[in-house]
Design a protein around this ligand. Structure first.
Ligand SMILES: Nc1nc2c(ncn2[C@@H]2O[C@H](COP(=O)(O)OP(=O)(O)OP(=O)(O)O)[C@@H](O)[C@H]2O)c(=O)[nH]1
Ligand SMILES: [Mg+2]
Length: 208
């Protein structure tokens, strides 16, 4: 069993303005900030539990990248998993995720990298959606990533992203976490259930 101070580092990456910081802030601080302030680099930390073991999650909130950005070598050191984010209203941001994955494979030299692919801004009206859910799922399958649709604005799927990332890094299934937490132990769920099918904001989004 992991000791109580096990630290796991997750890098949030993706094109500019897709909501990386908003996802981190929603997960850690439980709030949504409407105004946009480009990130240089920021870190957040939060304790979470997996199978009664406590982990310190360190989130590295990176500056937005594009297809030409150099992948900083430090993102291969001490980073245990990656959250690649695109906005469902931006095809460009979706394509950048594909390129970032290629760059990560080159940098790390392996293709079994723990990745969660996140389709953010799911609260936007259907008319603004430019990337279909199926396209997101297909890319996730191609890069062997877990796929989650989210809204940092409504908190849809946000905790699921980080819990699934941790489970993937630890080689455990997300269902195993749910079962472990269902027992109501004191160390149990720190996951929001607000992203479930009953969430009125979840309309149009199906969580994987
Ligand atoms: N509607 C909606 N807007 C969002 C969502 N997430 C983020 N935004 C908005 O999108 C803009 C960019 O959000 P950020 O979280 O700063 O994006 P970022 O990816 O961190 O941007 P960079 O740091 O420049 O790479 C802000 O105006 C947010 O309020 C979401 O889920 N839904
Ligand atoms: Mg940011």
């Amino acid at each position: 069993m992991a000791d109580s101070r096990t630290t796991r580092k997750i890098a949030l990456m993706g094109f500019r303005s897709v909501g990386k910081s908003s996802l981190a802030i929603q997960f850690v601080q439980g709030q949504f900030v409407d105004h946009y302030e480009p990130t240089i680099e920021n870190t957040f930390n939060k304790k979470v539990t997996l199978n009664k073991a406590e982990y310190e999650l360190l989130l590295v909130d990176t500056a937005g990248q594009d297809e030409y950005s150099r992948m900083p070598p430090e993102y291969s050191i001490d980073v245990h998993g990656y959250v690649l984010v695109y906005g469902i209203d931006s095809v460009k941001s979706f394509e950048v995720c594909r390129v970032l994955h290629e760059k990560l494979v080159d940098l790390i030299g392996a293709d079994d990298i723990p990745i969660v692919l996140v389709a953010n801004k799911c609260d936007l009206p259907a008319a603004e959606r430019k990337v279909k859910r199926d396209e997101g799922q297909k890319l996730a399958d191609e890069i062997k990533a877990v796929f989650v649709e989210t809204s940092a604005k409504t908190n849809l799927g946000v905790s699921e992203v980080f819990n699934k990332a941790l489970a993937r890094m630890e080689g455990k299934s997300y269902e195993a976490i749910n079962n472990a937490n269902a027992g109501g132990s004191a160390n149990g769920a720190k996951q929001s259930n607000s992203a479930g099918a009953n969430d009125p904001n979840s309309k149009g989004c199906i969580l994987s």
